[in-house]
Design a protein around this ligand. Structure first.
Ligand SMILES: C[S@@+](CC[C@H](N)C(=O)[O-])C[C@H]1O[C@@H](n2cnc3c(N)ncnc32)[C@H](O)[C@@H]1O
Length: 389
């Protein structure tokens, strides 16, 4: 069986790592995702339950060659939809087509007509179409003369963990927070601080990753009819397992009490309120915080953060000063810090005056953005510190 895992632009490299980790075979990839195949239900299940980068995964139902909308209609009337959709199940259609099918909306209507005409010809009662809360989601995509219809394996996007009470204008999307955590190579035994934590998405995702490492998506998947059918005979009927290893130290700092209030509510809804400490104040409290939480002087810690960049919060001039002050502050701290930042204005990165270790480009809410990783005062293998800037 062939599947398609989709992801945000720029995240396909991280998605590839997840696909390979689950022992799935990559067939092809592009900017928006990866087509993979597998004969192993447990590998597929592992991927579905653990992916933090893919937003949707679909089973490829049909793969046609089409020159125009009539070809699409004719192919679609030959397909046994009645084996998948029935009167008791509602369905919804989505489409993103191009080249031979330039109008996505029209292509979707032709597909819908073909499905309903087939039911009419076979004298089978029509299934319900439900745009908002359908049992089954079908996705039509096309490229040149290829048209593919996928059946989604989850009802909703896998990235929506359902804990958001109210999203602020500068709140980071859950999958981007996860992408930052993956990119930083953060490990549970390293304290993690977000000094511009806002609504706390990065720390909540880190807490969820620790708590449900093997099955972070299990709850969303269990609501899916398709997932239930696919794994009907599976032995695994256990509840969402919790991690019993030592929890990580997670600390969020922000100058806005209002943001911290939202963060606390979201953490509670996500069931990780006991795992995260929230502190009010400006980033200059960082050093005090390392003392307050008794971080040993020689221990490395991680910072993963999303500071304001003069778009929705503050001006560009403020952002330049903030980046410059923050870079200097980290250097002055003398601690070994694995520092990862996301920004929608890459011209600000130079103000940090730090030597980058690695970077990746991506789109964040339509803005060309970067996630960049720095090692500040890394220790040499013999334990002495090096200067990197
Ligand atoms: C882009 S938002 C972070 C959003 C966060 N990643 C989330 O998902 O909600 C930046 C945050 O930095 C905070 N902030 C701005 N200047 C600060 C400073 N000097 N020290 C600490 N926090 C600051 C703002 O209050 C805001 O919540």
């Amino acid at each position: 069986m062939e599947f398609h895992a989709s992801c945000g632009e720029g995240l396909v490299g991280l998605l590839e790592t997840e696909v390979l980790k689950s022992n799935l075979k990559i067939q092809s990839k592009n900017r928006g995702g990866i087509f993979f195949s597998t004969k192993s239900p447990s590998s597929l299940r592992h991927f579905l339950e653990s992916t933090q980068i893919s937003s949707k995964v679909g089973l490829v139902l049909c793969n046609w060659n089409v020159n125009d909308y009539d070809d699409l209609y004719n192919e679609a009337t030959q397909f046994p939809w009645e084996d998948i959709i029935n009167q008791r199940l509602s369905f919804r259609l989505e489409s993103k087509t191009k080249d031979n099918l330039p109008d996505s909306r029209f292509a979707m209507y032709r597909l819908k007509d073909a499905i309903l005409d087939r039911f009419r010809d076979l004298e089978i009662p029509f299934p319900d179409i439900n745009k908002d809360n359908a049992d089954l989601g079908l996705y039509l995509r096309s490229y040149m003369d290829h048209a593919v219809v996928e059946l989604y394996l989850s009802k909703d996007s896998l990235t929506k963990k359902g804990y958001r009470t109210k999203a602020g204008s500068a709140t980071l999307r859950e999958n981007l927070a996860s992408a930052m955590i993956e990119f930083s190579d953060w490990k549970n035994d390293t304290p993690l601080i977000d000094p511009f934590c806002g609504q706390g998405t990065i720390l909540i995702q880190a807490a969820l990753k620790w708590k449900h490492s093997k099955a972070i998506n299990k709850k969303i998947l269990e609501e899916s009819y398709v997932f239930q059918q696919l794994f009907l005979n599976s032995e695994d009927k256990e509840k969402m397992e919790s991690n019993t290893s030592k929890p990580p130290l997670l600390i969020g700092l922000d100058e806005s009490e209002e943001s911290l209030e939202l963060a606390r509510n979201d953490a509670k809804k996500a069931g990780v309120e006991d795992l995260i400490h929230w502190e009010l104040g400006e980033f200059q409290r960082l050093e005090d915080i390392t003392k307050q939480y008794k971080l040993p002087k020689d221990i490395a810690f991680a910072i993963i953060t999303d500071p304001p960049f003069g778009n929705r919060l503050g001006s560009k001039e403020d952002a330049k000063n903030l980046y410059s002050d923050f870079g200097k502050y980290l250097k002055d701290m003398q601690a070994e810090i694995n520092f990862t930042i996301i920004t929608g204005d890459t011209s600000l990165l130079g103000f940090l005056k730090l030597k980058k270790e690695k970077e990746m480009s991506l789109k964040n809410s339509g803005l060309s953005s970067k996630i960049v990783n720095y090692l500040v005062h890394p220790r040499k293998p013999n334990g002495s510190q090096t200067t990197t800037h």
